[in-house]
Design a protein around this ligand. Structure first.
Ligand SMILES: [Zn+2]
Length: 213
């Protein structure tokens, strides 16, 4: 559902531009609001959330889908952890629908889906692994990389229950905004995928904006 934000960017406490193929790994405190802004449109922001005080507690697609009774994420969605605690709530969304079924790209899946010579191409899973390696303060490792949310990505379910990767429904300037219900680590891989239409074959930067309330 489309809900526009009432927040003013000039009041933000933090703004970061994340190039395609790069990552964002920061703590968003309880009560703060974080916006992911699709600057040029049709970009996929592959996102993981962790309890900042205990990263063993993390985003759960299963619990989130079951509790809201819908496979798509949008305004009103409560992002639940694997302990069924509310981590964040989507409070504004001008895109209207986000995927949590399609998973993230990896060099292995690129090889299986596209071609053996895609093995060396940059992938979201590598960006996450680089993020946890470069941010030792969180005490995380490869085993902490689990299933994710693909903000702005369009993975419609067919009437037969199949999944398809389709051209995005996002556009330049569309955003999703989440209010944190606990201190969370936000880990985003701004997807570098060039082989499917999730980025319109042209990965572009996103901006991450944080407000104190
Ligand atoms: Zn990706």
């Amino acid at each position: 559902m489309i809900v526009e934000s009432q927040l003013d960017v000039s009041n933000a406490v933090r703004r970061d531009q994340v190039p395609a193929g790069d990552y964002y790994m920061e703590i968003v405190k309880k009560g703060q609001t974080v916006r992911i802004l699709d600057l040029e449109g049709n970009q996929a922001a592959d996102t993981l959330f962790y309890n900042a005080n205990d990263p063993a507690e993390r985003y759960s697609a299963i619990d989130t889908i079951r509790e809201q009774g819908n496979v798509y994420l949008s305004s009103g969605t409560k992002i639940l952890s694997d302990q069924s605690n509310v981590m964040l709530e989507i409070v504004a969304d001008t895109c209207g629908r986000h995927d949590t079924l399609g998973g993230a790209c990896a060099t292995e899946s690129n090889t299986v889906r596209y071609a053996i010579e895609k093995k060396c191409m940059h992938a979201c899973r590598d960006s996450w692994l680089l993020a946890v390696a470069e941010n030792e303060q969180y005490g995380m490792s490869k085993r902490d990389i689990t299933h994710n949310i693909n903000f702005f990505m369009n993975v419609p379910i067919t009437t037969e229950g199949g999944l398809t990767f389709e051209d995005g429904i996002s556009a330049p300037g569309k955003y999703v905004e989440l209010k944190a219900a606990m201190d969370v680590i936000v880990l985003i891989s701004n997807c570098p995928q060039l082989n499917n239409p999730c980025n319109a074959y042209n990965p572009t930067p996103v901006e991450v904006i944080v407000w104190d309330e």
